[in-house]
Design a protein around this ligand. Structure first.
Ligand code: ATP
Length: 596
């Protein structure tokens, strides 16, 4: 199924319905919650210099500014060394302002073009590469200068600060290589935390003769702005009882800063590292998982454990993923969501839903669609059952009361096929009510036929049966069954059907609130059914087949007045229920969802 509004592809139809029950969404940060358009904004060198970087996106427009001066080329060796390492230890390319490679690497290439040193990467021949992985969180390359291939190899490394620093024994101080002291480490650690708490992704850079003997060069902080509309989507989902959890490879400070900015990390909630997830067993993690809204320095393998723990607590979990190793968690989750743009084929295959634009907001639209489809199924069931029960009861009662049959076989067939079919089908395409997203998720175990719905179905059936029998009795007062009597009864039942369909369009809102003509298919179906009925009453060849006769305008007006009662009663019930909902008593099921 294809969701046009926010462009998600849902691969299995039942999953759309499950989406309406989803009460926990575990999402990646980069790309889903944020735009995935990284830009370096801050540089910190190992000898304590700070530089700001202007410009946005993968292009050369922008400057590196230190102490009010524009830094270009190698005019400040400390800054240039940081930028050089980021440029050489890099697989991305920017061509015509478009990026080929990962956004993190693209941001580093854009930085080097702003400094005019992007060509430096071609001055080296790459002899070996240690590729980046989410588990390892660093990347390194071994190179030799192109002009002196016999010279000693030089390693460049970039990655998460705590990983890179493990391979460093010295640091660069104004061109000198000094031993790395505890004091220096603490300074770098503080700076990493400071940049992270501003919501920046921090990359540490180092170079040296070999891994383990590297010289720490500095840090760069890159911004990845949240996607527009995500904050609002998160707020709406949280208000409706859906818990949002972020699983990211970024540091605690960065993850918490982004989560707070997006509104799903606040007092009372915790953050947990990937390492902590490893040390806790399923039982221990299940106990605390409901209070954790941020998992930082986590890798794809942690996702499965998190899904299992949430499911242990009875939650219906939607999990996003893009990598090959996300596939297991996507399969285990109730709703596996793959990224359409950045996702691998394996994860798309394992997922139930693919976000075409990788946008978190689409998940909200999908949940909205899921709830809407479920409501439409409910409306359909309500209409079909009430008219079927009414028709059956009508015939049974007439037989029991020794009345002649109020409807002949052709009329019953006409009601069943032509009158019920199209209006019922059109209830299935009722536009999704905007307010549905604010309703709490449905309990997966709840049956479609709730007690409340059964009462409504029976009430409608009773009104239809009583009204139709009344018309039949009124026409039969001359004790003679004529075509007029059955025409009146038949038309009365058909009109009841139409008004019943009208009131079944929503279980909570009045027909005027949802708009009389908001469902075009419904309008066509009802108009078609009424036209068909008029033909059956007034068109002589059909009159013969259905044994009907023409009714006067007065008769029609009387029938419309009487049959509208089924709609009026239903509207009064909706109003009463709405006013009750305005002073809700917390139901046990919704409090369960809010706890998760
Ligand atoms: P998210 O799930 O939020 O998109 P992620 O889990 O994919 O993020 P990773 O890409 O695994 O996060 O990044 C984790 C850390 O590894 C980052 O905070 C950064 O310090 C470092 N890092 C990211 N990309 C690279 C890269 N290409 N080379 C070296 N280090 C990187």
């Amino acid at each position: 199924m294809r969701m046009v509004k926010k462009r998600a592809i849902v691969k299995k139809l039942p999953i759309v319905e499950t989406l309406g029950c989803c009460n926990v969404i575990c999402s990646d940060k980069t790309g889903t919650l944020t735009k995935n358009e990284m830009t370096v904004t801050h540089i910190f060198t190992s000898d304590g210099l700070h530089a700001e970087v202007t410009g946005v996106g993968y292009n050369r427009f922008g400057e590196v500014i230190h102490d009010g001066d524009i830094i270009h080329g190698f005019c400040n060796p400390s800054i240039s060394k940081v930028v050089e390492a980021g440029c050489v230890c890099n697989d991305a390319e920017i061509r015509n302002n478009s990026l080929m490679g990962t956004p993190t690497e693209g941001a580093l290439i854009a930085l080097s073009t702003k400094m005019g040193i992007e060509a430096l990467r071609h001055d080296y021949i790459r002899r070996a590469e240690y590729p980046f992985s989410s588990e390892q969180k660093w990347m390194a390359v071994k190179c030799v200068p192109r002009t002196q291939p016999d010279k000693q190899e030089i390693c460049f490394m970039k990655g998460a600060y705590e990983q890179v620093i493990r391979y460093c024994s010295t640091y660069n101080s104004k061109g000198l290589t000094l031993p790395l002291t505890q004091q220096q480490r603490e300074l770098y650690h503080q700076e990493t935390a400071y940049m992270g708490s501003a919501g920046l992704r921090v990359i540490a850079l180092a170079s040296g003769p070999e891994l383990g003997q590297l010289t720490f060069l500095g840090l760069v902080g890159m911004i990845d702005p949240p996607r527009t509309g995500v904050k609002e989507a998160v707020a709406t989902l949280i208000r409706s009882g859906v818990a949002i959890k972020m699983i990211t490879g970024d540091s605690q400070e960065t993850a918490v800063a982004i989560a707070s900015r997006l509104g799903f990390y606040s007092k009372g909630l915790q953050s947990l590292s990937g390492e902590d997830v490893d040390t806790l067993d399923i039982q221990q993690l299940s106990q605390i998982v409901s209070k954790v809204s941020v998992f930082y320095r986590a890798s794809p393998r942690h996702k499965l454990k998190i899904v299992k723990c949430l499911q242990n607590n009875g939650a219906v979990v939607a999990m996003t993923g893009d990598g090959v190793n996300d596939a297991v968690a996507l399969k285990a989750a109730d709703i596996g969501i793959a990224m359409g743009k950045t996702g691998t084929d394996v994860c798309k295959e394992a997922a139930d839903m693919i976000l075409v634009e990788d946008d978190f907001q689409t998940i909200m639209s999908a949940i909205e669609e899921g709830k809407g489809i479920y409501n439409n199924i409910k409306n359909f069931v309500r209409f079909q059952l009430s008219t079927s029960i009414a028709a059956l009861t009508l015939i049974c009662l007439a037989t029991l009361m020794n009345f002649p049959n109020p409807l002949n076989a052709m009329q019953i067939l006409w009601i069943n096929i032509i009158m019920d079919g199209p209006p019922a089908q059109s209830l299935g395409v009722e536009p999704v009510d905007k307010d549905v997203i604010r309703k709490p998720p449905r309990n997966l175990k709840d049956s479609i036929l709730t007690k409340n719905l059964i009462i409504k179905i029976l009430l409608s059936s009773i009104i239809i049966v009583c009204g139709t029998l009344f018309v039949f009795w009124r026409e039969l007062r001359d004790n003679l069954i004529t075509p007029r009597d059955t025409t009146m009864t038949f038309t009365c039942f058909v009109f009841f059907d139409m008004f019943n369909a009208l009131s079944s369009r929503s279980q909570t809102k009045s027909v005027f609130e949802i708009g009389l003509c908001s469902n075009k298919m419904f309008c066509y179906a009802v108009l078609g059914s009424i036209m068909g009925q008029l033909l059956v009453i007034y068109f002589p060849p059909l009159q013969k087949v259905f044994q009907t006769e023409s009714l006067s305008l007065q008769d029609l007006m009387f029938l419309i007045g009487l049959t509208s009662s089924v709609c009026i009663v239903s509207e009064i019930i909706k109003k009463l229920e709405r006013s009750k909902d305005e002073n809700p008593k917390q139901s046990s099921s919704s409090s369960f969802f809010l706890d998760v």
